[in-house]
Design a protein around this ligand. Structure first.
Ligand code: SF4
Length: 199
């Protein structure tokens, strides 16, 4: 929804907001609620709503991310607001303090947004492409599994244990993604498997 709010219109709205707040303080709660409902439409005007999952813990609360910028038109999208998803069965729109501060995490200047590597002998981390990172991980996994997979125990019973590599997954995910991750990790024989929430 595009709303063209002139300077005069904004001042009138702001004045109405102050008046309504004052009325609320005097006991005119209905007037204040009506004013808040009126202002809310402007808060998210011209934004794109995207459903997602809070990244912090295994509760995996549903969130709504609002961004401005038309990606289809070649513009860069910027996150302007994040709030709880009222339709999500886990949190029904609520968020804990960490979730409520998610926008700061997303927009943090120190947030890691691409893979990094510390090469042998180096004391610094350098950015690499996702392509290179995935190739390196796949190569390392294959080499280590070929060298260390335990196919049978002392009694000759097949066990297919791979104990020299561990896998740390993310807990904030869907059941389907978690099931697929579990299947891939266990089918390779990895024993050490955990996520950041330890569940
Ligand atoms: S909002 Fe809080 S409780 Fe919900 S997933 Fe995020 S960190 Fe966990």
């Amino acid at each position: 929804m595009n709303i063209d709010l002139s300077r005069r219109g904004f001042l009138k709205l702001a004045g109405a907001g102050v008046a309504a707040t004052s009325l609320g303080a005097m006991g005119f709660g209905a007037a204040e609620a009506a004013e808040q409902a009126h202002v809310r439409a402007f808060k998210l005007a011209s934004t794109t709503e995207t459903r997602n999952t809070c990244t912090y813990c295994s509760v995996a609360c549903g969130i709504l991310i609002y961004s401005k910028g038309d990606v289809a038109a070649g513009e860069e999208a910027h996150v302007v607001h994040i709030e709880g998803d009222a339709d999500h069965p886990t949190n029904r729109g609520t968020l804990c303090p960490k979730g409520a501060a998610l926008k700061d995490t997303v927009l943090s200047a120190t947030r890691l947004t691409q893979p990094r590597i510390r090469r042998p002998g180096s004391d610094t981390l350098e950015d690499i492409s996702w392509e290179e990172a995935l190739d390196k991980i796949a190569r390392a996994l294959k080499d280590d599994r070929d060298a260390n997979l335990i196919e049978t125990n002392d009694a000759g019973v097949p066990v297919n244990r791979w104990t020299s590599t561990g896998f740390l997954a993310a807990s904030a995910t869907t059941n389907e993604t978690a099931w697929l991750t579990y299947k891939v990790v266990r089918s390779m024989g990895i024993v050490g498997f955990d996520n950041q929430a330890r569940v």
